[in-house]
Design a protein around this ligand. Structure first.
Ligand code: FES
Length: 270
C-alpha cells in the first residue's frame, strides 16, 4: 500500500497529493508519470510526476470522472493500492540555451520538474503558465522560484496577460531566440500553442494524454500517430515532437468512452 502523506486542495476540483513511493521517487525524472489504482477493483489512471521530495512523489489532478472523484475523497494517512512507475521516457533535457516551458490548466503540474532539470542543465528558463481564471492558476510561486522569468495568462484577464499562452509565446518568439519549447495542457491548447513555433522552426515537445490502461505498451489504448507512424504514448512518449502529432486523432480517441465514463460517474455519485 502507498500512503498519502499530504493532501491539499489547490483550486476548484484540483488536488495535490504527496504519496510515499520510495522506488518511484528514487528513479523519477522530469516528463515521467505513474499509474495509480486506488483499490483492487479500481480503474488504472495515469498521472504525471509533478515533484519528488525524499521518498514521496507529488501528483496533481482534477476531478473529471469516477476515479478522480474517488481519489479526491482520500485524505492524508489514507493509502492507495498501487502506484506503478516511473513510466514513460524522461524529457529530453540538455543545455539548449533558452527554453520555454508552458503549462495550461492542470497541465501546469508537469512544469516544475521539467523547468528544474532544464535550469540545472544550464538553460535560461522561461515559464508561461495559464488558466481560465486567477483562482484556477496553480504552482505560481513554485514556478517563479525555478524559472528565470515567469509569464502568466488568464482567459478572462483576472491575472497576468488577458489571453492565451500562445499569445505570450508568439511575442517572445518575435523578440528573441528561443531554442526549445515544452507545452503541457489540454490537447487543443497544445495544438494551438505549438502552431506558434512552426514558422520559427523551434523544436517543440508536447506531453500527450491519451487514455491509458496498462502503461507498458501492451494494450494499445494509448495509440497516437506521430509523423505518420503509430506510437504508444506510455512507452514511446509521453513527450513527442509537437509538429508531428496528429492532434485530431488524439482528441477523437480521448472521447471514445465519454458515455461509459459519464455513466460510471453517475453510479458513483448515487
Ligand atoms: Fe496500454 Fe500504452 S497504455 S499500450
Amino acid at each position: 500500500m502507498y500512503k498519502i502523506e499530504a493532501a491539499t486542495r489547490l483550486a476548484d476540483r484540483v488536488y495535490e497529493y504527496w504519496i510515499r513511493a520510495p522506488q518511484v521517487a528514487e528513479h523519477a525524472r522530469a516528463g515521467q508519470f505513474v499509474i495509480l489504482r486506488l483499490h483492487e477493483e479500481g480503474e488504472r489512471i495515469p498521472l504525471t510526476i509533478s515533484a519528488v521530495r525524499g521518498d514521496a512523489v507529488r501528483v496533481i489532478f482534477m476531478t473529471v470522472g469516477k476515479t478522480t472523484e474517488e481519489l479526491a475523497t482520500l485524505r492524508a494517512g489514507d493509502s492507495i493500492s498501487d502506484v506503478v512507475g516511473p513510466l514513460g521516457k524522461p524529457s529530453e533535457i540538455d543545455n539548449y540555451g533558452t527554453c520555454c516551458i508552458i503549462g495550461g490548466g492542470v497541465g501546469i503540474a508537469s512544469t516544475p520538474l521539467i523547468a528544474k532539470e532544464l535550469k540545472s542543465a544550464g538553460n535560461h528558463v522561461i515559464g508561461i503558465i495559464g488558466a481560465r481564471s486567477a483562482d484556477l492558476l496553480i504552482l505560481e510561486d513554485e514556478m517563479r522560484e525555478i524559472c528565470d522569468e515567469l509569464h502568466i495568462t488568464t482567459d478572462d484577464g483576472s491575472k497576468g496577460v488577458h489571453g492565451f499562452a500562445a499569445d505570450v509565446l508568439k511575442k517572445l518568439l518575435a523578440e528573441r531566440k528561443i531554442d526549445r519549447v515544452w507545452i503541457i495542457g489540454p490537447a487543443i491548447m497544445m495544438k494551438v500553442t505549438a502552431g506558434a513555433t512552426v514558422p520559427y522552426g523551434v523544436k517543440t515537445y508536447v506531453s500527450l494524454n491519451p487514455i491509458m490502461v496498462d502503461g507498458t505498451g501492451m494494450c494499445g489504448s494509448c495509440r497516437v500517430t506521430v509523423g505518420g507512424e503509430t506510437k504508444f504514448a506510455c512507452v514511446d512518449g509521453p513527450e513527442f515532437d509537437a509538429h508531428q502529432v496528429d492532434f485530431a486523432e488524439l482528441m477523437q480517441r480521448q472521447r471514445i468512452y465519454t458515455g461509459q465514463e459519464k455513466a460510471s460517474l453517475e453510479r458513483f455519485a448515487e
